[in-house]
Ligand binder design. Structure first.
Ligand code: C5P
Length: 308
């Protein structure tokens, strides 16, 4: 095979509760992931034996994406090859980015997930989806969900998944702010806000009302139950996000919240037409760098093209 191309989706956390800090420094989460139709594409080709992995990235703000093994897709290919016992994974990896970089939508995790399914196909490896999910959890907390897609509850660091039934599509406006927020810094800010008493860790989390709303598939009902405990931390680091959230709500969004650790904000609309109108309105305000329409849930990482 001369190449395999795969895609993987961005995620939104419909609910993200931070329960506390663990001994390993990670935060214990109770979250509901939702895969949306912003996707990155990863093409993997065989590399020259002994040459390691070469990564190139194209697309919006691609210059911010690391090359070499600092790139999660490269580490994914390396770890897959090691688990399969075929060396260190000599490969050429091309990433085409549509998911905003370091923006709270797990773009790097999507690239890793796409690289895993592409490299498994390229090398014809007899590894199961469960095997891939285990490798994914070692790469990052959000990588198993980028493999799985759909809508899922996540516990632990976010890597322990249970699928969630959702009966219809949700329609989103994704407002991408300029600049990046580093996930560890947002968690550190959450720690600081807890220490100063400004924020309380979530206790006794119950997402039953959100899950019931998803089962019924009614967006206004889902909107009532969207929550992100990291939002105060993201806004504390980037106060202008509060203005973006207010603007989206004033423009008629059913609800708005910071996506994951931010700075991207997402707004829920009643249907596709309402989302597209809302996207145009938010875009016109000039508060953010870019505005996109997206719908979810969508499938996880999958192969879309290959050449023999
Ligand atoms: O797992 P991942 O490498 O994607 O996490 C990036 C960083 O985000 C971690 O190093 C940690 O600082 C923070 N994090 C956390 N708790 C989680 C997930 C991530 O503190 N559940």
């Amino acid at each position: 095979m001369t190449f395999v191309r795969a895609v993987a989706p961005a995620k939104i956390n419909l609910s993200l509760r931070v329960l506390g800090v663990r001994d390993d420094g990670y935060h214990e989460l109770a979250t509901v992931f939702h895969a949306v139709s912003l996707t990155d594409e990863v093409c993997v080709r065989p590399g020259t034996p002994g040459s390691g992995r070469r990564v190139s990235t194209s697309g919006d703000r691609a210059e911010g994406v690391p090359s070499g093994d600092a790139n999660l897709a490269s580490r994914a290919v390396r770890d897959l090859a090691r688990v399969a016992g075929i060396g260190d994974g000599d490969a050429v990896i091309e990433i085409a980015k549509s998911i905003p970089v370091a923006a709270g939508m797990a773009g790097g995790s999507a690239d890793a997930a796409a690289a895993l399914v592409a490299a498994r196909a390229l090398w014809g490896l007899a590894l199961s989806d469960e095997d891939l999910s285990e490798i994914a959890a070692g790469l990052g907390s959000d990588v198993p969900f980028a493999l799985a897609g759909g809508t899922a509850q996540g516990t632990g660091r976010g890597e322990v998944l249970a699928p969630v039934l959702s009966s219809s599509s949700l329609h989103w406006v994704v407002a991408i702010s300029d600049g990046e927020l580093a996930t560890p810094e947002v968690y550190a800010e959450w720690d600081r806000l807890v220490a100063s008493g400004d924020v309380q860790p979530s206790a006794g989390v119950d997402d039953a009302a959100l899950l019931a709303a998803l089962r019924r598939g009614e967006a206004p009902d889902v909107a009532q139950h969207l929550v992100n405990d990291l939002e105060p931390a993201a806004i504390s680091l980037r106060p202008s996000l509060a203005r973006v959230l207010d603007a989206g709500r004033e423009c008629g969004a059913l609800a708005g919240l910071v996506s994951g650790s931010g700075p991207t904000c997402v707004f829920l609309a009643t249907d596709r037409e309402a989302a597209i109108a809302l996207a145009a309105e938010i875009s016109g305000l000039g508060l953010v760098r870019a505005v996109r329409y997206a719908h979810g849930p969508v499938p996880g990482a999958r192969v879309v093209d290959r050449s023999h």
